[in-house]
Design a protein around this ligand. Structure first.
Ligand code: C5P
Length: 396
């Protein structure tokens, strides 16, 4: 559970995306948060307070004159208890109010009275989002330190298509979880490789490695949570892209090498998590090889470039981190790889421990020797690794 002990004040303003806020409350509660909902009068036309009360287990407030609040200061009480105030959906009108400091109902008043961070998830018709007044308000909100989550692009309830959709509840949850992580890599650029590579033999066959990409994707997410600008170059995987990350899809080791070398010099950190194929067929057959015997010739292999070693050999390389997945002699092989590739840190794991799964065991190998991390979910280990890397970067 990622939000245990966190108190979230959720403001719901009037828009059709208000129905998705119910799902958001369910997700927040599942992650261990306490949720207190306040709604605008307009929001109650789309979804009733009873829905939020049932899902959050707390009374819902809509009125600044609510007699249930003993001191009649709901706007103060509701925001003081919160670790964060999240407005989802945030309508164009509500954003305009916040940008201008208006306080003419309970939700806008408690937003003005807050002493906690404010996150807003805009939701509106694309024309309303593009409108110069809305864009002016967004600039103001950003410069006031308010986090704007989304909006997304796509089909809208009005039948139009464009920017203005509220982020999906799962995406808002991810952003909220990220909000509570320490910003250890703020302003830093992190480049990662993940997944396998695929080296074509013919149009339908190839050589590849087993790799789900889960560890690389978890690290990309953890680096983004830590405030870094993240680029993830990945081979063929079926992982969803973590939000806020630049993803570059490649197939072969050669393509991965080219994509990495194009931007490696501008990075602060490079983490090679990909299971890169060591060899590729010298020539890929243009047509499918038939099993008639005539085309059954041996496949000649040539070695692929070592991406990590090439990045580490740049004149001013980023801090380079490698991975070593081994089935035995982990410490010995990992330290040898670290020396061969001339990198400061290599992360070792035994393939018997968590290969393809959601949990794993990692050991860090550097100048100080071996440091095992406590076993756990890949995201938790990714965060621990990012913390270690941030420490190395600070000492560089
Ligand atoms: O060379 P080896 O596969 O044993 O080392 C693994 C580490 O090197 C991983 O970090 C992997 O991403 C990286 N690597 C690479 N290019 C290769 C082979 C491995 O970047 N051609």
């Amino acid at each position: 559970m990622e939000l245990t002990g966190k108190h979230i004040a959720l403001g719901v303003s009037g828009g059709i995306a208000a129905y998705k806020a119910a799902e958001l409350v369910r997700l927040l509660i599942k992650q261990g948060a306490t949720v207190q909902v306040a709604m605008t009068e307009a929001a109650t036309h789309f979804i009733t307070p009873v829905t939020f009360q049932a899902l959050s287990g707390n009374p819902v407030f809509t009125d600044q004159w609510d007699p249930r609040v003993a001191n009649n200061m709901a706007h103060i009480d509701l925001s003081r208890a919160a670790d964060v105030l999240l407005i989802a959906p945030a309508s164009a009108d509500f954003l305009a109010k916040v940008a201008n400091g208006l306080a003419d109902d309970l939700l806008s008043t408690l937003t003005l009275a807050r002493d906690c961070p404010l996150l807003v998830a805009p939701a509106m018709n694309q024309q309303m989002w593009e409108n110069a007044a809305t864009q002016r308000n967004i600039v103001t909100l950003r410069s006031d330190g308010i986090s704007i989550l989304g909006p997304a692009c796509g089909e809208q309830a009005c039948g139009e298509n464009g920017l203005g959709r509220m982020l999906e509840p799962e995406e808002i949850l991810t952003e909220l979880i990220a909000h509570f992580q320490p910003r250890l890599l703020a302003g830093k650029k992190v480049l990662l490789t993940a997944g396998p590579t695929f080296e074509a033999i013919d149009p339908v066959r190839g050589i590849t490695n087993l790799s789900s990409g889960k560890m690389g994707f978890a690290l990309a997410r953890a680096a983004r949570e830590a405030g870094a600008e993240v680029t993830l170059v990945c081979g063929p995987v079926s992982q969803p892209t973590p939000s806020g990350i630049k993803r570059v899809d490649v197939t072969s080791a050669h393509e991965m090498h080219a994509a990495v070398m194009q931007c490696a010099a501008a990075q602060d950190v490079f983490i090679g998590v990909a299971a890169v194929a060591d060899y590729r067929p010298k020539l890929a057959s243009e047509h499918k090889i038939k099993k008639d015997g005539a085309s059954a010739t041996p496949i000649e292999l040539v070695q692929n470039p070592d991406i990590l070693a090439d990045v580490a050999a740049l004149p001013a390389p980023p801090l380079c981190v490698g991975f070593a997945a081994e089935s035995r002699n982990l410490a010995d092989y990992a330290q040898k790889k670290r020396a061969a590739k001339k990198i400061p840190l290599i992360v070792g794991n035994l393939v018997q421990h968590g290969f393809g799964g959601d949990d794993t065991m990692l050991t860090l190998f550097d100048d100080d020797g071996a440091t095992p991390l406590p076993p756990g979910p890949k995201l938790a280990l990714a965060r621990a690794l990012i913390e270690h890397i941030a420490g190395l970067l600070a000492r560089r």
